[in-house]
Design a protein around this ligand. Structure first.
Ligand SMILES: [Zn+2]
Length: 396
């Protein structure tokens, strides 16, 4: 692996910064570094570009996408169950290849500077482990550049579909890192049985959990409270993520603060897509309470949604718009959601711009975080695990 020096970059504070990369790690980072005297060290002159840490996608579905494929004409009904049934029908008819789909989208994420990524992968009694096998192959192909976590996700629910629990068990034995789950009240319709099954399986594998919680209002709060009881009873503090958590945005402030304090004590992290069409968890209250709130795209161009690009700066812009972040210093919070908060929520180790961290570096044409987000600044160079994957704006 080559040694790499990045010269003449600027940090988020505007100050000069230079980076030495050795063996996939940041060996040194300082305003100025001595010039390497050997010919083996590759030199990059950043010419004043803004240095960001590798971007973090905390929640996507690589297996579902039609990215790079013919346009999918969406004529689906509006209920959650319509979308679940529609997708299952479309897959059976189209012969969708989760391996090829996930590889195309994974590469596009890398080219846009995402170096750490958590993807949910559908596990159900019709697809079996086919999607998991496809995404595992993608993870292998991109392994030396993209750090990918796989969540075994029962998109169709668990309790009503015999065999799903055994498939999830197999998935975790076969290489999935995290157990996913879905709406214990609204989909499984028996939250106690649903959550007991989820935590028992997570406990068996010693793995973290990532819950899709779309349930609104009191229903969602009830599910969260049942989860908190089980996290404490099983000692799973710091191993649970709740994605969406729309219900938290519906509570009056004092009640939200009380629940957020309990989530902080239990080490629960939240992930939001900042959707314009839904109520979202309160960003500033989460930060005050010490609950990590990270950003994710969720599905990108699939049978669920025509929207999305594999660009975490665009997601940061969506976060800025949804939470009405206007000042430049406020937009640094949006960047934090797709960098440090994502690494914290998903437990990506050795993250950040410091000596010893994994060498995941993004250089963009912008003067600060706000401009990088609002203009979705061109990625001038991307370094992933020490490998240059974008050079002078061109994917290599
Ligand atoms: Zn999702």
């Amino acid at each position: 692996m080559t040694t790499l020096d990045i010269r003449n970059a600027r940090g988020l504070d505007g100050a000069p910064v230079e980076v030495r990369v050795e063996n996939g790690r940041i060996a040194a980072i300082a305003p100025s570094l001595p010039v390497a005297q050997d010919n083996a060290t590759r030199q990059i002159d950043a010419r004043g570009a803004l240095l960001l840490p590798g971007l973090v996608e905390s929640h996507t579905h690589l297996d579902k996408t039609v990215w790079g494929m013919p346009w999918y004409v969406n004529e689906c009904g509006s209920r959650l169950i319509d979308r679940i049934d529609n997708e299952r029908r479309w897959r059976a008819e189209s012969g969708h290849d989760a391996g090829a789909a996930s590889l195309a989208l994974g590469r596009a994420f890398l080219a846009a500077g995402t170096t750490r990524l958590r993807t949910h992968v559908d596990i159900d009694t019709e697809a079996g482990l086919r999607h998991l096998d496809g995404v595992l192959a993608t993870r292998d192909t991109l392994a030396d550049r993209l750090d990918m976590q796989i969540v075994a996700f029962p998109q169709s629910g668990v309790l009503d579909r015999d065999g799903t629990l055994a498939l999830l068990d197999d998935s975790l034995a076969r290489g999935a890192d995290v157990l996913g789950w879905l709406d214990p009240c609204a989909i499984d319709r028996d939250p106690v049985a649903s959550l007991d099954a989820m935590f028992a399986l997570a406990d068996k594998h010693g793995c973290p959990v990532d819950m899709h919680l779309h349930e609104p209002g009191e229903m969602g709060v009830f599910s969260l409270e049942l989860m908190l009881e089980r996290i404490v009873a099983l000692g799973m503090q710091g191993k649970v993520v709740v994605s969406h958590a729309f219900c938290l945005g519906e509570l009056e402030a004092a009640r939200a603060d009380t629940l957020l304090a309990r989530l902080a004590d239990a080490g629960v992290a939240l992930i939001t897509m900042a959707p314009p069409s839904r109520i979202v968890p309160p960003l500033m209250a989460c930060r005050r309470a010490g609950v990590p709130l990270a950003g994710g795209n969720d599905g990108i161009r699939d049978t669920w949604t025509p929207y999305g690009t594999p660009d975490m700066l665009e997601r940061a812009m969506m976060i800025g718009l949804r939470y009405n972040l206007r000042r430049d210093d406020e937009l640094e919070i949006a960047l934090d959601c797709v960098t440090h908060q994502g690494a914290r929520a998903c437990w990506f180790d050795d993250y950040g711009l410091h000596a010893g961290a994994r060498a995941d570096l993004v250089l963009v044409d912008a003067m600060n975080a706000a401009q990088a987000i609002v203009t979705r600044a061109p990625r001038r160079w991307v370094v992933a695990n020490g490998h240059v994957v974008v050079s002078e704006g061109v994917e290599v």
